[in-house]
Design a protein around this ligand. Structure first.
Ligand code: ADP
Length: 497
């Protein structure tokens, strides 16, 4: 098998910069190019949301499928998307994908009723591309599906009698399962036999994430620690059984950072640029942020930033609880997020009680995200669980020291500024051991103590900025996994019929 001829299909539900709700979009936007740079022939398969359908250029109609999955007509298009280096297959099914706003939920935040059909079709098209039925000119040798939205691809392929295509399934967040009722099996073109605990059934429902976990040739998670954690009841979301059974096929590959997008030296969204060689200009980014947000322009205030979905996963409630006790210490907070209504209300109340010191924005705003991550002193990620986490990695590059719970990818990427690490000049942030207000408060107080020693703080900032989490390393790990799978006989729990 020559490396340059290896054809890989990446399948997912979002892609930066066109459709993004979180880290999955960043990964889908960066990993394919990094794999291509290694000589793999990579293509993407995505749902044809208007935000992708409209900018698609060089479009060719690859296949017309007629009615399927509840859609009156389905076409598969091939084309190019701006900012994406690899060819893209789009599923053009307006009745399934032409909807306003978020790819997954309606205006009131509820999942679309027909999400099983919308994402079942994604997996189905992936599988039939691999079977050669959709594009006779290009048939992937390996399908790499991301999160529950692509979980059924592995099931369709494993359940098909004639395929030599390999499958990889990556868990970006085990908390989202993609459940569907048994009655939908015929609509989703799945055999009744798949609906068992030794298949894709999960407590009486179908589960797209379980399909990926059960049927894929290999499973990856987005950090080594998360790969270990999800084998336990504390982090396994009820799926620890199937994950433990498949331990031998489970790999943790840490996400990378796209340094063409997240780079303090070149970021076009910033007014001031800086790096480890010129850290002094970071003060200008901080001042600009304080001015923009209406915070008191005070270089001596330790400014904490949060850029996050507002859900219980992210532990923002812990931060909101300890902050009132810390505001007397000249600490500021700039928060950008959206999600849970109760958390938004708590953020609002804190901001109202501390004008000029706490500023909160509820939006999805890419430019403000960059400015916060660049302008703050500390980026807080107190997540209860965190498969990888990207904002702490962005914080490192911008010299904004991550303050994180020792869990998942946060544990794998931040070196706590304890005495030993400070002495060895390896410290890059602040890590606390338990998701409690006490542990978090102690970590913020440690950060504050270091912040008041500017020379030592600067040393940690410079160490943070030179950390290298580029995609190249992760891409090599994925390419190596693909190669091993393609060279080996497939290992599956379920015998093919
Ligand atoms: P998750 O995928 O669980 O949301 P990650 O840390 O892996 O968490 O990725 C989050 C990504 O989403 C980062 O790129 C972060 O900058 C971005 N992000 C989160 N909330 C917002 C927001 N309100 N506005 C802009 N970007 C955001």
């Amino acid at each position: 098998m020559s490396k340059s001829s290896t054809r890989i299909l990446q399948v997912g539900a979002e892609i930066y910069p066109l459709v993004k709700t979180g880290g999955l979009g960043d990964v889908m936007g960066a990993l394919p190019s990094a794999l291509e740079r290694l000589g793999l022939a990579v293509r993407l398969l995505l749902p044809g949301y208007p935000a992708l359908r409209k900018p698609l250029t060089n479009v060719s109609l690859v296949c017309r499928l007629g009615p399927a999955f509840g859609a009156a007509s389905v076409q598969v298009l091939l084309g190019r998307l701006p900012g994406i280096d690899v060819p893209v297959y789009l599923i053009d099914a307006p009745s399934l994908y032409d909807r306003p706003g978020n790819p997954y939920v309606d205006g009131s935040g509820e999942g679309w009723n027909d999400n099983p059909q919308r994402f079942g079709l994604l997996g189905w098209v992936a599988a039939y591309l691999a079977l050669g039925d959709i594009d006779p000119a290009w048939r992937p040798q390996l399908v790499h599906g991301h999160d529950w939205h692509a979980g059924l691809a592995a099931a369709y392929l494993a359940l098909h009698p004639h395929t030599d295509c390999r499958t990889v399934f990556t868990v970006h967040n085990l908390a989202f399962h993609g459940l569907f009722p048994q009655t939908l099996l015929p609509v989703l073109q799945l055999p009744e036999s798949s609906f068992s605990s030794d298949g894709l059934e999960f407590h009486g429902e179908g589960s797209m994430i379980k399909a990926g976990l059960h049927y894929a040739d290999a499973i990856t998670t987005v950090s080594p620690s998360y790969a270990r954690e999800i084998q336990t009841t504390a982090f396994g979301c009820g799926l620890e059984g199937v994950i433990t059974q498949r331990r031998a096929q489970l790999h943790g590959i840490l996400n990378g950072v796209d340094y063409t997008v997240w780079n303090s030296t070149t970021d076009p969204r910033l007014e001031a640029h800086f790096d480890a060689a010129h850290p002094e200009m970071k003060a200008a980014a901080k001042g600009a942020l304080q001015r923009q947000l209406g915070l008191r322009v005070d270089p001596g205030a330790m400014l904490i930033g949060v850029v996050s979905r507002l859900t219980s996963q992210k532990g923002i409630d812990l931060l909101l609880e300890v902050l009132p006790r810390l505001l007397v210490e000249n600490v500021q907070l700039a928060l950008l997020g959206s999600g849970d209504a109760e958390l938004e209300a708590a953020c609002r109340a804190l901001a109202a009680a501390a004008p000029g010191q706490v500023q909160v924005s509820f939006a999805y705003d890419e430019t403000l995200a960059h400015r916060i991550i660049a302008g703050v002193d500390v980026i807080a990620v107190p997540s209860r669980f965190e498969p990888c986490g990207l904002t702490q990695l962005y914080g490192l590059r911008y010299g904004s020291l991550p303050l994180v719970h020792r869990v998942g990818g946060l544990a794998d990427t931040v070196v706590d500024a304890d005495d030993k690490a400070l002495a060895a000049d390896t410290a890059t942030g602040f890590v606390f051991n338990a998701p409690t207000t006490q542990a978090l408060e102690q970590a913020v107080r440690r950060a504050l103590a270091l912040y008041r020693q500017p020379d030592r703080w600067k040393q940690v900032v410079c160490r943070a900025m030179v950390q290298d989490f580029s995609w190249d390393g992760a891409a090599v790990a994925y390419a190596d996994l693909y190669r091993r799978l393609l060279e080996a006989k497939p290992v599956r729990l379920t015998k093919r019929p």
